[in-house]
Design a protein around this ligand. Structure first.
Ligand SMILES: Cc1cc2nc3c(=O)[nH]c(=O)nc-3n(C[C@H](O)[C@H](O)[C@H](O)COP(=O)(O)OP(=O)(O)OC[C@H]3O[C@@H](n4cnc5c(N)ncnc54)[C@H](O)[C@@H]3O)c2cc1C
Length: 450
């Protein structure tokens, strides 16, 4: 099937050599579909979104559901991310969300994001998933001294508008908290959020969905999607699924030709991660970085990093325009160089794991979850802009509720109006790689301007 990126980044037979995979080497298997099945709901994509939708459909609504995943559940972004369970699934700044859609809709969206973080903790606790919860909140760090002021102003705006409770951290505060880097000058702590092990979480979610009654097929790519007489038919290599309703939960791995009217609606972008060997206590003391709270810098093309529970350090970043193996290796080398620059005391610490994956962007820079009115029986949940651990879980549940036809029960379960429509098609969609190039160029310049 067609995709914007090099085939090797999409090949389901390629193992993802992430550190996380080593923390849980033995995982349950999900056999490929064989033969024809009828179901109420079919879900394409077995990441947090598809699995959360399946879990909630089966558990809360007793609806028959089949998940079709091209590789293993969690093979996409869900099993290989940095494990930041935090707010922030839109790229559109909050003041622009409020200006464009109105303050009430912005507040609704804020509440849903805050609740999404709680939902992950709730599901993990209920299902006994050992997600290795770590840190308290999420910290944004000024990568230039001049950014401290704008970060502080933004935090004050969010506190006043949405009732957030940010804490400003001066350079001495950072040092005192064990967040010391010569290249990071101040910080803002959002107490909402924590770190987790994404691979354990996604495998636990798959097990919980199956236990609740969902049928999950790994190694099962949807090759063609046809519709007639109000039924959908999904063709795979060794069987067919006929369903009344279909949920698209394929995020950045969505093939361009998955559906004849869904092409050109998402823009996948690369994100890359390196992980060190466990650092010694002395090394951690020498650098002065001992806090396990997930952190990122203030760049547009941001770097994100966490001290992991076993003393390894994870460092990631966005950027890179090609997923061809040589280009991915080059991007990983850039990420490693940025890591060494931020943490000079660890300049010799060996990198044991390197990998990359795709995050999913929308033309209007907000997530999308809902019923596709023009295509009866079709639903979508995607575009979390590199922040889908919490929002993918929440959106899967929101999609399950829309599919089941039940109303959103609590205030913080409500979808803002602007996320209910399908992702708009990019204008001149074939130019998406150029748009990304242009954006990266602009970000690159902005990021070095004082
Ligand atoms: C390197 C990296 C770091 C990240 N870090 C963070 C982080 O720290 N915190 C955070 O919140 N977010 C992070 N993200 C983003 C986050 O991982 C995603 O937003 C989230 O996992 C999306 O979940 P999903 O279920 O919607 O999609 P995915 O997990 O990507 O799942 C989509 C699935 O669809 C399957 N699929 C595609 N086409 C077909 C087909 N035709 N038939 C069958 N199956 C198909 C794919 O195989 C894939 O497994 C990161 C992403 C990356 C790549």
């Amino acid at each position: 099937m067609k995709h914007l990126y090099h085939a090797s980044a999409l090949d389901p037979t390629m193992p993802v050599k992430s550190w996380w995979a080593e923390t849980l080497p033995e995982v349950a298997t999900y056999p490929a579909l064989s033969g024809d099945v009828e179901t109420e709901v079919a879900i394409i994509g077995g990441g947090y979104t598809g699995l959360s939708a399946a879990y909630h459909l089966a558990r809360d609504h007793d609806i028959g559901v089949v998940v079709l995943e091209r590789a293993h559940p969690g093979w996409g972004a869900s099993g290989r991310n940095a494990g930041f369970c935090c707010m922030g699934s839109a790229r559109l700044p909050w003041d622009r969300i409020a200006a464009r859609f109105g303050i009430e809709e912005a507040r609704r969206f804020w509440r849903s994001q805050k609740h999404s973080v709680e939902l992950v903790a709730e599901v993990a606790a209920r299902e006994g998933i050992d997600i290795e919860k770590a840190g308290g909140g999420e910290i944004t760090l000024a990568h230039l001294p001049s950014r401290a002021r704008s970060m502080r102003e933004e935090a004050s705006y969010l506190d006043a508008t949405f009732g957030a409770t940010h804490l400003f951290l001066s350079k001495p505060d950072l040092v005192e908290r064990g967040l010391n880097s010569p290249r990071l000058y101040a910080g803002v702590l959002d107490p909402v959020g924590f770190g987790l092990n994404p691979w354990k979480y996604v495998n636990g979610l798959a097990a919980a969905a199956r236990a609740a009654g969902a049928r999950i097929h790994g190694g099962t790519e949807v090759l063609r999607w046809t519709r007639s007489s109000g039924r959908h038919e999904l063709l795979t290599l060794a069987g067919r699924v006929r369903a009344a309703k279909v949920l698209i939960a394929t995020a950045a791995y969505t093939p361009e030709d998955l559906h004849d009217d869904f092409g050109g609606r998402v823009l996948p972008a690369l994100s890359s991660i390196v992980v060190t060997r466990p650092l010694t206590r002395d090394e951690i003391r020498l650098q002065g970085w001992s806090d396990t709270t997930p952190a990122c810098d203030s760049r547009h093309l941001l770097h994100y990093f966490r001290l992991l529970p076993d003393g390894r350090f994870l460092f990631g970043g966005r950027g890179g325009l090609s997923a061809a193996p040589a280009m991915r290796a080059r991007q990983l080398a850039r990420i490693e160089a940025a890591f060494r620059c931020y943490f000079p005391a660890w300049s010799d610490a060996e990198i044991t794991h390197r990998w990359s994956g795709l995050v999913c962007l929308a033309a209007d820079l907000v997530p999308h979850v809902g019923a596709w009115e023009e295509q009866p029986g079709s639903y979508f949940a995607l575009c979390y802009h590199g922040n889908g651990v919490a929002m993918g879980t929440w959106s899967g549940r929101a999609a399950a509720r829309v599919i089941a036809g039940v109303s959103e029960k609590r205030e913080d379960d409500e979808r803002a109006s602007f996320i209910r429509r399908p992702p708009p098609r990019f204008p001149l969609a074939f130019l998406r790689p150029l748009y990304l190039r242009g954006a990266y160029l602009k970000y690159g310049i902005d990021d070095v301007m004082p």
